[in-house]
Structure formats: structure tokens, C-alpha cells
Design a binder for this molecule. Structure first.
Ligand code: HEC
Ligand SMILES: [Cu+2]
Length: 320
């Protein structure tokens, strides 16, 4: 909150600092007067402390000034509330954020850009991508208990309540990663219920959105399901680990295969991509004589046809 990175959080912080400054001034005056009075009017040799009963001027001052202060704070707050609650005007897009023990899920708008091959629209968890410099409306809901959305640098906080929809908005001045947190205690995993908002400039945003849709479509591809089925039922499972799926120890772990920088089998030039994976799974010994991984392509005496190999590779491509 003391490092606002967008118009909404800045406007909230501004109001906060005005109130804080006023509170500091009041504190200084009250404590100052207390100290001065304590020293000046104390009982001491040659000075007799006196009892006062009422002082109209003083009482007027300390009634009128605080009243005026409270009224001006109220006016400022109500003005600000109108700005904070205006989620619609000028909003570039609406994203649904759903709180669930203990993760935030994000549903991107029903816009052609976010459309997936199965007709649904892009979804993600924990990380929310937004265009920098644009107002984003959030529609909050909750599945189980009350959660609250809060990314301090980009906006205020708002509860996500089961059974209803609440709205808020966020905006980032500049590209960057902004961290936030569920701010309503929601159970044992509450502290892990993190939010990362990634604000990007238009070109980066378009690139991310295209890649995210492509990646999500991989999972919608029926070939991926077939490939996963083949991978788990064939010998692959006995030799390779994919976390959460298989635990083989003979070959290298494949959990993050697609993020791997080294080429397949360590063979120079055989970078990890679809075409090379098809070759490798089809006929590993042909590419690396002596390797224990057998050839899987029928063409090399294995059990699988080209379509089956391609679907295994489609599944491997989901391992990021
Ligand atoms: C008998 C054990 C065995 C079986 C069965 C097996 N592999 Fe392998 N696999 C290996 C070994 C060992 C390597 C490492 C080869 C090397 O780098 O020399 C490997 C390498 C790989 C690689 C390249 C990994 C990398 O980082 O270089 C992929 C991808 C792969 N296997 C996928 C599969 C798939 C898919 C199947 C099932 C269709 C399968 N493997 C079946 C043992 C096996
Ligand atoms: Cu929560």
C-alpha cells in the first residue's frame, strides 16, 4: 500500500497519507499541550497549582476542529468510494476470479482471443495476466468459504463470498509482476493462497495469450488423452518418471521435458520439439546405438503406428 503501482492503489494511498498526516498533527498538538501544561502549571516552590472548571474557548476549539476534521474525512472517503466502486467505466476487460481452498482460479473473458478448441475460454490458476495501463474489472466468487482478493500495489481488497458475485478493479501503470494474497483467513492453506498479477505491454500480452491458448488446446486435443493412456500403459511408465503419473527410474525424468535446454538423448542438434520427439520415440536405438530405450515404431519392429507415436508425443508436449 505504501508503494502504489496503479491509479487505484495510488488514490487509496493518497487518502491514507492525508489522514495519517492529520493524525500526526493532532497527536503532536495533544501530546505537546500535555507536556507544556504539565511543566508550566505544575505545583512547585513558589507556584501553587490551580483547579480549573471549564473554559468555553478551549472547549469550543476542541469540539469544532475535530468535528470539521471528521466531516472532511467523510467527504473525502465518500468521494474516493465512488472512484473505487466504479468498476465498469473504461474497463478494458472483465476477468472472473474464483477463490477455492486454497487457490485462486481465473477465467478470462468470452472473447475470440481466448477461445479454446473445445469451445470454452482460457482459464488459469494463481497467475493472472493483464495488459499494463488498462483497467481490469474482476468478478469475484468463492466455492467454499469466504476469501478476499488483495494485490496491494494494484488496488484495494474485496471479499469473495460463496453464492454471490462481488466486483472490484485493478490496474497496473507499468509491466511487471505484482504479488498478492488471499486476505481473509480461509483455513490451513490460507497463507499459501497467493496471487501473482503479471502486467504486460501489448506485444508481450498478445504473445502470452496466444501461447497460453495453444498450451491449453494441447490438453483439449483427444490425441493427448490417447497419448497419456499409451504412455502410462506401455513400458515408458516403467522407465520414466512423470511426477504425479509414473515413477520409473531407468530413463531420465520427463516431468519438465519441454523446458529442458539439452537436446534429446544428449544428441547434438536433436532439440526437444515435436518432430525430433517423434523420431526418438519411434526409433531411439537408431539415433543412439546401444540405448536401452527400445524402438516403438512398427517400422523399426516396435508395437506402435505413426498415429499412436504422434499422440504419445502430443502428450509429452504437455510436460512443461
Ligand atoms: C527400457 C527403458 C525405457 C523405456 C521402456 C522407455 N524409455 Fe525413454 N529413455 C530411456 C533411457 C535410458 C533414456 C535416456 C537415453 C540417453 O539419454 O542416452 C530415455 C530417453 C527418453 C527421452 C529423451 C529424454 C531426454 O531428456 O533426453 C524421451 C522423451 C523418452 N525417453 C520417452 C519415452 C517414451 C514416450 C517411452 C514409451 C513410449 C519411453 N521413453 C520408453 C529408457 C526407456
Ligand atoms: Cu482464501
Amino acid at each position: 500500500m505504501n508503494d502504489p503501482q496503479g491509479p487505484l492503489s495510488r488514490s487509496i494511498a493518497d487518502l491514507y497519507w492525508i489522514m495519517f498526516a492529520a493524525a500526526v498533527v493532532v497527536l503532536a498538538i495533544v501530546v505537546g499541550a500535555l507536556v507544556v501544561a504539565g511543566i508550566r502549571f505544575r505545583e512547585r516552590p513558589g507556584h501553587q497549582a490551580r483547579q480549573y472548571h471549564g473554559n468555553n474557548l478551549l472547549e469550543l476549539i476542541w469540539t469544532v476542529i475535530p468535528t470539521l476534521m471528521v466531516i472532511s474525512f467523510s467527504v473525502l472517503s465518500f468521494q474516493k468510494l465512488a472512484y473505487v466502486n466504479d468498476v465498469d467505466s473504461g474497463a478494458a476487460m472483465t476477468i472472473k476470479a474464483e477463490g477455492k481452498q486454497w487457490v485462486w482460479g481465473f477465467q478470462y473473458p468470452a472473447d475470440a482471443k481466448f477461445k479454446l478448441s473445445d469451445g470454452s475460454y482460457l482459464k488459469a490458476a494463481e497467475e493472472l495476466h493483464v495488459p499494463a495501463g488498462q483497467k481490469i474489472k474482476l468478478e469475484l466468487s468463492a466455492v467454499d468459504v469466504i476469501h478476499a482478493f488483495y494485490v496491494p500495489k494494484l488496488g484495494g481488497q474485496k471479499d469473495a463470498v460463496p453464492g454471490r458475485t462481488t466486483t472490484m478493479w485493478i490496474q497496473a501503470d507499468r509491466p511487471g509482476r505484482y504479488v498478492g494474497q488471499c486476505i481473509e483467513f480461509c483455513g490451513t492453506g490460507h497463507a499459501d493462497m497467493l496471487i501473482t498479477v503479471v502486467a504486460q505491454n501489448p506485444a508481450e500480452y498478445a504473445a502470452w495469450q496466444e501461447a497460453a491458448v495453444r498450451q491449453a488446446n494441447l490438453f483439449n486435443d483427444p490425441a493427448v488423452a490417447t497419448g497419456k493412456q499409451l504412455y502410462t500403459t506401455l513400458a515408458c511408465a516403467g522407465c520414466h518418471t512423470v511426477q504425479g503419473l509414473t515413477g520409473g527410474k531407468v530413463g531420465p525424468e520427463l516431468t519438465h521435458l519441454m523446458s529442458q535446454k539439452t537436446p534429446i538423448g544428449g544428441i547434438a542438434g536433436l532439440d526437444v520439439n515435436e518432430a525430433n520427439l517423434v523420431k526418438w520415440v519411434g526409433n531411439a536405438p537408431g539415433l543412439k546405438p546401444g540405448v536401452v530405450m527400445p524402438a516403438f515404431s512398427k517400422a523399426y519392429g516396435g508395437p506402435l503406428d505413426d498415429a499412436q507415436i504422434l499422440s504419445i508425443v502430443k502428450f509429452l508436449e504437455t510436460l512443461k
